[in-house]
Design a protein around this ligand. Sequence first.
Ligand code: XIL
Length: 444
Amino acid sequence: MTVTAVVAAGMALLAIAPASAGTTLGASAAEKGRYFGTAVAANKLSDNTYVTILNREFNSVTAENEMKWNATEPQQGQFSHTNGDRIVNHGRQRGMLVRGHALLWHQQQPGWAQNMSGSALRSAAINHVTQVATHYRGKIHSWDVVNEAFADGTGGGRRDSNLQRTGNDWIEAAFRAARAADPGAKLCYNDYNTDGINAKSTGIYNMVRDFKARGVPIDCVGIQSHLTNTVPGDYQANIQRFADLGVDVQITELDITGSNQANVYASVVRSCLAVARCTGITVWGIRDSDSWRTGQNPLLFDNSGNKKAAYTSTLNALNSGGTPVPTTPGTNPTTPPPPSTPPPTSGPGGCTATMFLNSWTGGFVATVRVTAGASAITSWRVTITLPSGAAVTNAWSATNTGTTGTTQWANVSYNGTVAAGQTTEFGFQGTGTATGPSPTCTAS
Ligand code: XIL
């Protein structure tokens, strides 16, 4: 099987592939059950040299800027996914994984969000998470749900930002909304200056431990790894301590400056390969001329697209050693069980509906699962009586009549037909508290 065929066949095969030396970054990583990706800029997809290297070497892509808040929701409620879609389609058509970056961040916010605060901003932010994750639902291997929310320095606490000022629970609200919108994507917290064991990475470690203890959905931690000529001696130990919390670790934005570059790249790769739950590495660009670190030449290919010494040391490190990844990369995680499973409510007309809630102070996202009975249905209606104080603010995959009290929900054109015993889902977001209601379902 050729390398191209191996990649095209999907990486499911590769977790058990024989230990032969791969000849590209992606194929070599895949032999170790991992991916090797790059940040991609949509406006470079017409550059032949760029695309040739991208398609040959990498099996994962991250949108460098195209999925950020300012790019995806330039005006409130008006979403723009054209450039993000171009990157997703380019990758998926070639069997690559796609990392989503980044749903919420204090930087690269649209002007309208920068000018918001309090509950209006919280609501807008959660709506943003819901809408963007829903748009890409089923196509994203891992989402950077929250980016760079911790402060640098000795305190180990949160960074001040408009998002942080909406309340310390904004991060968990974002993760719950992302899970509700795309249950198949791994949900990551991503940050920089977290390469070694330090106050900042320990603050994040404590947050992840707390999330795991309280059942807040989190699956991975991204260590950006923007490095300058050296890597902390406890880089691997730091990766390992996060893995030991029960999350994957991904090296998400690797670039390394300085004369020791080739050695440091090899060291980073060896550290990731040594930890079973370090599941993939992404470099932040292809050629030095593509790097955001202008003039610092921190990447694996020179401005002309030639392989640098750092490329060779990276490939060699990928081809030697390593601990197998226990799970198969290239497949999204199985849909996690819903956070709570109230008994389905029987409706009179051949369907049942079950509602799952992700709540935070002052708001919620509801996911409603419609299950056809013993025979197929072609349309459905769901009634949900919301408690007083709860109000629907927006909905997806269904149309609603009423936003408070008794609300009625009808299928949209593409999800009315459900085979016997099969399910479809719709969702809505609201303010207030929505615990309690048992939906009823009728079908024809
Ligand atoms: C950078 C992009 O590479 C630049 O093109 C853009 O001008 C600024 O953002 N941490 C992150 C990335 O999470 O999104 C940043 O990307 C680099 C630092």
